[in-house]
Ligand binder design. Structure first.
Ligand SMILES: C=C1C=NC(C(F)(F)F)=NC1=N
Length: 222
């Protein structure tokens, strides 16, 4: 994928599905259904009890990457920089406990997407200075997908960042559903990232469609 400009990243963040083998028995089937529903970006996050490692992690990553490539949506790897490079991923997402975004940028080069989780204005400013292409802001609402999530912060940080004039693409994360997505968009998020709202849905395709409709209508109203 050629270099990702800011507008392309902003657009891709509308419905950012995140999953790994811990979140669903068949990540590939759920990813296919999410893409049918209109998912605009995917993050392979292989973390938590029972997460795959080594060759199995790489093999699943290759399948998920090929699925994203066929659909033309960005394929992002969470945390694991070696895996991101081995898979020729479109980008990588790192948290505050991972390597600084500046080091990541030097490793992956200018043409790939670097996403960073930020929980405060200081963390956001540092990530931007380090060359982040987007920030993951949350948890906005209580989340069931991450056992070591930070304190629920509502839309406070989203509003603070936008009021401070930060224009970088921002994606909301944490407990987002079709019913509350508009709140995050109205507060300045360019999209929502979800794990269980899609991975645990009876119909992931329908869940994505409903989420995307909520995001799209809230974006129009902004
Ligand atoms: C912990 C995380 C926080 N935010 C995001 C994203 F939505 F991609 F920004 N991904 C993560 N894995």
């Amino acid at each position: 994928m050629a270099g990702w400009n800011e507008a392309a990243v902003r657009r891709a963040l509308r419905l950012y599905f995140i999953a790994g083998s811990v979140n669903c028995s068949s990540p590939l089937d759920v990813l296919r259904a999410a893409i049918e529903g209109g998912a605009t970006m995917f993050q392979y996050r292989e973390k938590g009890a029972g997460a795959l490692e080594g060759k199995a992690k790489l093999a699943l990553g290759m399948q998920l990457r090929d699925c994203c490539r066929e659909a033309g949506i960005p394929f992002i790897v969470n945390d694991d920089i070696e895996l991101a490079i081995a898979l020729d991923a479109d980008g990588i997402h790192v948290g505050q406990e991972d390597a600084p975004a500046g080091d990541i940028r030097r490793l992956v080069g200018a043409g790939r997407i670097v996403g960073v989780s930020a929980h405060t204005v200081e963390e956001a400013r540092q990530a931007i200075a380090d060359g982040a292409d987007y920030l993951g802001i949350g948890p906005i609402f209580p989340t069931s997908s991450k056992d070591d999530a930070r304190a629920v912060q509502g839309t406070r940080l989203l509003e603070e960042l936008r009021n401070a004039g930060i224009a970088l693409p921002l994606v909301a994360i944490g407990g987002l559903t079709a019913d509350n997505a508009a709140i995050a968009i109205r507060s300045g998020a360019d999209g929502v990232s979800v794990i269980s709202a899609v991975a645990a849905a009876p119909s992931p395709r329908l869940a994505v469609r409903q989420l995307l409709a909520a995001v799209a209508s809230a974006l129009q109203g902004r």
